[in-house]
Design a protein around this ligand. Structure first.
Ligand SMILES: [Zn+2]
Length: 255
């Protein structure tokens, strides 16, 4: 699948506050609430200090006092416009990389951002975000150098993780020739893309998602985050032919 530049225009137009994706200057973002702003960051990847201790101190002295009116407002409820489903990887912090704030993104993250049909945790998150919070967008995000994807491309025994990674191994089986023709780093990206597309298909088979697409135009986006550049790019999966939509609804629509 050809890599395309990230197009998040439909999400951007709905964002209430300035963000990095709009191209606006970082200094337009409330600094204390924006963890993408380097000036608000109290730590770095190369920092070997006790990060929990430093973080707890930062929370008390900088984070909480910065916007005394904003946090009490959030205590009354949330109205996020985006459901983000991503990998648990520490390099993929969804709210930070979108330049957004607390209250903006409802989140589910697991190892290798896998959408399992019968996974109770992700199913509840999707049901609540779409059916109750009525988010306008679902973003399913894979990423480069994903350890879970890399594990599924290997054959080491990993215990319970082997069960979790089964959908990735299935995709590996179905695309074995193409994956084996690639350099290892490229194979990881390719399988991550296939995993996102597979997850989008599964999301669109869920009743609550089908209804929200039909009734209020919910959008589903597939993206890959490049941990080496910090950039998101679209991997498609959002558009379907009329025939594909008809077949999907015939099979999965529950009245
Ligand atoms: Zn990952």
């Amino acid at each position: 699948m050809a890599a395309r530049s990230m197009s998040m225009a439909s999400i951007r137009t709905l964002l209430r506050r300035p963000c990095l994706l709009t191209g606006r200057a970082v200094n337009q973002i409330p600094s204390a609430l924006n963890h993408s702003n380097p000036r608000a960051c109290h730590s770095s990847a190369a920092d070997n200090s006790n990060k929990l201790e430093t973080g707890l101190q930062y929370n008390k002295e900088n984070w909480a006092p910065a916007y005394p009116e904003r946090f009490p407002e959030l205590a009354h409820g949330q109205k996020p416009q985006i459901l983000w489903i991503g990998c648990s990887d520490s390099r993929c912090p969804e709210t930070s990389l979108l330049g957004l704030n607390p209250g903006d993104v409802f989140v589910h993250r697991n190892i290798a951002n896998i959408v399992h049909e019968a996974d109770l945790s992700s199913s509840c998150v999707i049901d609540f975000a779409v059916g109750v919070l009525k988010v306008n967008h679902i973003v399913l995000c894979g990423h480069t150098a994903c350890g879970g994807v890399n594990a599924a491309l290997g054959n080491s025994k990993l215990g319970i993780l082997d069960t979790w990674l089964l959908p990735l191994r299935k995709l590996r089986q179905e695309n074995l020739e193409a994956l084996q023709a690639l350099e290892p780093a490229h194979a990881i990206v390719k399988l991550a893309e296939l995993n996102v597309l597979d997850g989008i298909s599964k999301l669109k088979e869920k009743g609550v998602v089908i209804d929200a697409i039909e009734q209020r135009g919910l959008k589903v986006h597939g993206v890959i985050y490049d941990v080496a550049s910090g950039l998101l790019r679209d991997v498609g999966g959002g558009e379907e032919s009329q025939g594909a939509v008809k077949a999907r609804l015939a099979a999965f629509k529950i009245a």
